[in-house]
Design a protein around this ligand. Structure first.
Ligand SMILES: NC(=O)c1ccc[n+]([C@@H]2O[C@H](COP(=O)([O-])OP(=O)(O)OC[C@H]3O[C@@H](n4cnc5c(N)ncnc54)[C@H](OP(=O)(O)O)[C@@H]3O)[C@@H](O)[C@H]2O)c1
Length: 257
């Protein structure tokens, strides 16, 4: 990327990783951040800090609604014809499997709607600007895109992340331009910073991502943390499905009283 990026759009910014990314990006005085979420500005996690900032702009919209495309497109008039960074971070992180191992279709549809329709709406809104002025499109995926989850069975969540992964790979070859980068981020468990917790914190993860995405060479993939990369990306994807599923069933049996 030849020109510095000063305009950032975080899709899914009201809490969790999105909110941490906003916080980290705002530390640089030349950055302007557009946070997108359904939650009202005065109800988002960092409201008390953000309401004093002239560099944070909150866009309250549901990315699954058809009207959001125009709302998101209208943001681009505020950019200075320079490159932008769009982070597709929104997701519904919920299980769509009931206690008797059938599908909860309400959750199934909700997860797919954000992960697939929401992604399509975001691309519709920003593709034109990215083509003209360049920038980075980042998709926040998960290691669960690689193999079916064992401990917390889900269908739509890992499937929508696998869809995101393939969508980004296709875009990388189709856009094939030296002024647009497409980055896939695979993350393991993350959560709020808590003493004694094994999960990476949202703020550590946000710092790691901002650092990796602000270097001279933009990576096409970021995998974090390293142990998950070794287990999910390199080991489990090489285990044949029949063996993996055998283990899955054994673990499931041991959990049913
Ligand atoms: N947490 C983990 O352990 C973990 C692990 C691997 C990957 N990831 C990925 O990392 C990303 C962030 O995870 P997280 O834990 O921070 O999730 P989170 O706390 O559930 O936050 C999700 C964000 O998406 C927004 N969102 C959801 N539906 C939306 C809609 N229809 N329109 C607009 N915004 C919407 C939410 O805002 P509103 O509700 O205000 O709309 C919220 O800001 C996700 O893509 C997730 O899949 C998370």
């Amino acid at each position: 990327m030849k020109r510095r990026i000063n305009h950032f759009i975080i899709i899914g910014s009201s809490r969790g990783l999105g909110s941490a990314l906003v916080e980290v990006l705002l530390r640089n005085d030349s950055h302007h951040i557009f946070g997108v979420a359904r939650t009202r500005f005065n109800e988002i996690k960092n409201y008390k800090n953000l309401c004093h900032s002239t560099r944070y702009h909150h866009i309250e919209t549901d990315i699954t609604s058809a009207s959001c495309v125009e709302t998101l497109k209208s943001i681009t008039s505020k950019f200075s014809k320079g490159p932008i960074q769009v982070v597709f971070n929104a997701a519904v992180v919920e299980s769509d499997i009931t206690s008797d191992f059938t599908i909860n279709f309400d959750t199934f549809d909700k997860v797919n709607s954000v992960g697939i329709r929401g992604l399509s709406n975001v691309l519709k809104a920003f593709e034109g600007y990215l083509f003209t002025y360049g920038g980075i499109f980042v998709g926040i995926s998960s290691f669960s895109a690689f193999v079916p989850p064992v401990f917390d069975p889900r269908i739509a969540y890992p499937s929508s992340k696998a869809y995101l992964d393939m969508c980004l790979r296709c875009l990388r070859s189709i856009w094939n331009s030296d002024h647009i980068s497409v980055v896939t981020v695979h993350l393991g468990h993350i959560g709020e910073k808590q003493a004694g917790s094994q999960s990476r914190s949202y703020s550590d993860t946000a710092e790691k991502l901002v650092k990796s995405l602000s270097g001279k060479k933009i990576p096409s993939e970021i995998n974090y943390p390293r142990l998950y990369t070794l287990v999910y990306k390199y080991f489990l994807t090489s285990v044949p499905d029949f063996l993996y599923l055998k283990l899955f069933r054994m673990l499931r049996k041991s959990r049913i009283p």
